[in-house]
Design a protein around this ligand. Sequence first.
Ligand SMILES: [Fe+2]
Ligand SMILES: [Fe+2]
Length: 182
Amino acid sequence: MSKLHDLYKRTYSLSEEKDEEFFNCVRDYYFTEEFQSLKPYIQHGSINLIQHINSVSYMSYRIAKKLKLDYYKTARGALLHDLFYYDWHDPDPSHRLHGYFHPGFALKNARELSRKNELELSPLEENIIKRHMFPLTVIPPKFKESILVCLVDKYVATKEIIICSSEKRSKSFFKEVKGDNK
Ligand SMILES: [Fe+2]
Ligand SMILES: [Fe+2]
């Protein structure tokens, strides 16, 4: 199996003890009520929004570290990239064109959450959030780290769609994850 697939599977067993350095990057935001409130929202099939974000943030952090990029800001920006408080599958008219608009919603929410917790978002973190939907949204990401998160988000979304495309695929994936954690 590919290294990326193994890294993706790892994102299903993150823990504060095992992954202390990662949690040190994101804990300011991770344990807030607002971030934890994302749990009931579905991203794809049986995969919720927090799991999706964990996958994007942890994989981006690991790859950024390997490439000697700013892994601290990469992890934080990626953690906030989909910070919207609704289920995008709901047929509510305000969720129309979710793909185009949610990076802007996420940035606004990330700024508010930062202000509330006396944190400051850097231009790099803001760019990660705002440009992660390129090329759907036309302006490309500006930094190496924001290009990385944009690519990892697409990889993760594709994995999720494949895993959730049939019950058989989903069962075999989660069996694999469980097997790894024995
Ligand atoms: Fe997104
Ligand atoms: Fe995403």
